[in-house]
Ligand binder design. Structure first.
Ligand code: URA
Length: 251
């Protein structure tokens, strides 16, 4: 694949197309140790060595970040009111990154940020049934009856009941003791992603989600060492696991 030099540099976030043209004119860019003929010079990613301010600029087609979304930011690329999840990803090269799916403003946890549209489609397409696991603190006494309801599917006001979901009760205690105020901790695995689905499923059984955090998506697990607001690049193995999820299912 050949690219214009100015596109190569702009894609890698060095500046806008007109800014990088200026850099080329000011002789701040080298291609294979030489000054380029101009912004239109063709270069081959992975073969030509492009240097800007003494640093080699490696072309990346795709970037993949694991982000521990904190509360108070939105899963969008722009927002007039709240910070977006992309505002947190300061060390990015690509300008075309987006969050894969949505978590509510007050939901925390695992969010994949990439510019790989095919992977995003595979992870979100309703027919793919990629499991997403959430941890929640719930007001109310979550019981085995709820486990069965969620397994059978509940009515959340959509055309169809929810698909079978696996509910695990981690704890359910009265707070303060000997009162009717129960707080439960649970893990819930869904294979679909309707708007506010976890909250609406608990509402359907008369309970309220107080805190919600996504802990895994397909084979990708939230890295415990990431605090809310932190991010890191996915490892090669994690990218492979996510992509391979679909390859294996097709066999
Ligand atoms: N379900 C919800 O209710 N909210 C989320 O953010 C994700 C799943």
């Amino acid at each position: 694949m050949q690219l214009r030099l100015d596109k190569y540099l702009a894609d890698m976030g060095i500046g806008t197309r007109s800014e990088v043209k200026q850099y080329i004119r000011k002789k701040l860019i080298q291609v294979n140790g030489q000054l380029p003929c101009g912004p239109e010079q063709k270069v081959v990613p992975g073969q030509d060595h492009i240097i800007f301010q003494g640093k080699e600029i490696i072309y990346l087609d795709y970037e993949y970040f694991m982000f521990h979304k904190p509360q108070g930011c939105v899963c969008a690329t722009m927002d007039p009111k709240y910070p977006t999840v992309l505002d947190y990803i300061t060390e990015k090269n690509r300008k075309d990154l987006f969050p894969v799916g949505r978590l509510d403003l007050d939901t925390e946890g695992l969010l994949l940020i990439t510019n790989d549209g095919a992977l995003s489609h595979n992870l979100l397409a309703p027919g793919r049934h990629v499991p997403k696991t959430y941890y929640a603190r719930v007001e109310g006494n979550v019981t085995q009856e709820d486990v069965k309801c969620f397994q059978d599917g509940v009515d959340i006001g959509e055309k169809r009941n929810t698909l079978p979901a696996q509910l695990h009760i981690l704890s359910s205690i009265q707070q303060p003791p000997d009162t009717e105020n129960w707080i439960s901790e649970i893990q819930l695995t869904l294979t679909e992603g309707k708007y506010h689905q976890v909250k609406r499923m608990f509402e359907a059984v008369g309970k309220k989600v107080l805190y919600l955090k996504r802990i895994s998506m397909g084979k990708l697990k939230l890295d415990d060492s990431l605090q809310p607001g932190d991010y890191r690049r996915l490892t090669e193995e994690e990218i492979y696991l996510l992509k391979n999820h679909f390859e294996r299912r097709r066999l």
